[in-house]
Design a protein around this ligand. Structure first.
Ligand code: GDG
Length: 472
């Protein structure tokens, strides 16, 4: 029987060590939901790091057995591997480079070696489970070398790869000391997917320029194989957000927040702490709004959630300080006894509270300077129900390619952002509803289940195509 194996850096479950033993908590992430029906089906499995260090063989066996019950298989990584492969190469080299922050990228040979070694370790873990004809779907920038490693060991496997972050212009890839190796790693797949056609074209151009391989009609030709390259914009579990937003729990939270916020209009901002998300630019825009349109003083509040992330890394710690300082300064200058321009939270919230924020907000301000897709924009749309609301969206988020009824802005153009904020806050309710209904149709139709099916169908097709070409 042919099986499907999903592979990502992290498993869709959080394993934590407590005084009373290990705790296993399923992740609510979009990817876990979208792929749930696949990896939980008979015989299929999801391979990845369980998120904690387990060195004791007896404990490793316990974790492996427990995860197997939920169709998962762990790859145990050491602290040194996480430091060099994950924090070092993945987040210190690839993440900044692929988001056009080359100046933040480090090029440390030991990090590259660890990246290769951990990709090899993932390969061995998959080979222990995969048969020669199985379908394998590899996810994201931590595992760019894995498709080629798998291909060498399983020439007939069906291998898909999806990149969740942007693929940059080939000029950026050229700067990377290991660019060609990374491209060759990806080309081990039969199908390579990106969120947008722009990323796909950048990839094809990098392959043509740096590897000298022919690329045409969304295909790469190597002497041995044809590789399909395509765009698959990722969606969300629309109904989950739509239903949660009108649940008792979310409505209860919303009533409480409303009481505290009073009559002020609410602008919502939700991100992981990251220099790609344009958080500081957003704060400058809010200040610009209060200066250019003083009529909003006392009338509008920014509800800003920043979820802690990678804060051991120097750039992230510096960004956190910059945000703290900006929030402090703006609040100190404009606040009154009964009103705060910015309600700032540096932590994450449970799902129902998050959805209550989406449902309550008048405006969602989603302004990354680069973002592969941005699911927050789609979650806001799904959570609004029949309420009015305006999405202000960066034209440099992958989501902007689909969500053309949002107010699209250049996130580094503060005046444009200020203009969009004022436009959103004064937009007639019927125009808000009209735009939102269009956006909702789109996000509902292209949800995460449709995304998974499209990718898997195209992957199956790519294999049939390979076989036809081979017998011609
Ligand atoms: C990468 C790419 C691409 C946020 N705060 C809370 C919370 N969240 C959840 C959101 C959303 C997720 O985190 C963030 O997803 P994004 O897509 O916005 O961004 P990344 O984490 O950078 O994801 C990105 C994505 O992969 C998928 O391909 O779109 O471009 O960078 O789902 O809801 N969840 C809860 N509490 C919070 O406080 N429960």
């Amino acid at each position: 029987m042919s099986r499907t194996i999903i592979i990502s850096n992290r498993l869709p479950t959080k394993v934590q060590r407590a005084a009373d033993g290990l705790h296993f908590q399923p992740s609510e992430g979009g990817l876990a939901t979208g792929l749930g029906s696949i990896y939980r089906a008979d015989g299929n499995v999801w391979v990845g790091w369980p998120g904690l260090f387990v060195e004791d063989p007896a404990e490793q066996a316990q974790v492996t057995a427990r995860l197997a019950d939920d169709s998962m298989a762990p790859v145990f990584l050491t602290e040194a591997e996480i430091r060099d492969y994950y924090e070092g190469f993945s987040n210190g080299t690839l993440w900044p480079t692929f988001h056009y922050f080359s100046e933040f990228a480090t090029y440390v040979p030991a990090h590259w070696e660890a990246y290769r070694a951990v990709n090899e370790k993932f390969c061995q873990a998959v080979l222990a489970l995969a048969g020669p004809e199985d379908t394998i779907w590899v996810h994201d920038y931590q595992l760019l070398l894995l498709p080629e490693l798998l291909r060498r060991a399983r020439p007939n496997a069906t291998i898909g790869f999806f990149l969740h972050i942007p693929f940059p212009s080939y000029e950026l890839v050229r700067v990377l000391p290991w660019g060609p190796e990374l491209l060759r790693g990806m080309l081990g797949a039969d199908l390579i997917g990106f969120h947008t056609f722009g990323y796909m074209h950048h990839f094809l151009s990098a392959v043509a320029h740096l590897l000298g391989l022919p690329t045409q009609n969304g295909q790469v030709e190597t002497p041995e194989r044809t590789i399909l390259v395509d765009a698959f914009p990722m969606g969300i579990d629309y109904e989950r957000y739509a239903q949660a937003a009108v649940s008792e729990a979310a409505q209860g939270y919303e009533r409480t927040y409303r009481e505290v916020l009073g009559e002020a209009r609410v602008i919502l901002s939700i991100d992981r702490l990251d220099y790609t998300k344009g958080i500081a630019q957003r704060l400058h825009a809010l200040e610009g709004l209060l200066v250019a349109h003083p009529e909003w003083v006392g009338q509008v509040s920014l509800l800003m959630v920043v979820v802690p992330s990678r804060d051991q890394v120097a750039q992230y710690a510096a960004l956190k300080e910059e945000i703290d300082e900006l929030v402090g300064r703006i609040n100190a200058q404009y606040r009154t006894i009964t009103w705060n321009p910015i309600n700032y939270f540096y932590r994450s919230f449970p799902f129902e509270e998050l959805v209550a924020f989406y449902h309550l907000a008048d405006v969602a301000l989603v302004t990354p300077v680069r973002d592969g897709m941005n699911l927050v924009a789609k979650e806001f749309i799904a959570s609004k129900g029949d309420r009015p609301g305006v999405l202000i969206l960066s034209d440099r988020a992958g989501a902007a390619q689909e969500l053309s009824d949002a107010l699209l802005i250049n996130p580094t153009h503060t005046d444009q952002l200020v203009g969009a904020l004022h436009q959103a806050l004064t937009m007639p309710a019927d125009e808000q509803c009209q735009r939102l209904r269009h956006l909702q149709e789109l996000v509902r139709q292209y949800d995460v289940f449709a995304w998974t099916k499209l990718f898997m169908d195209r992957l199956a097709y790519s294999k049939i195509k390979q076989q036809t070409l081979a017998t011609d």
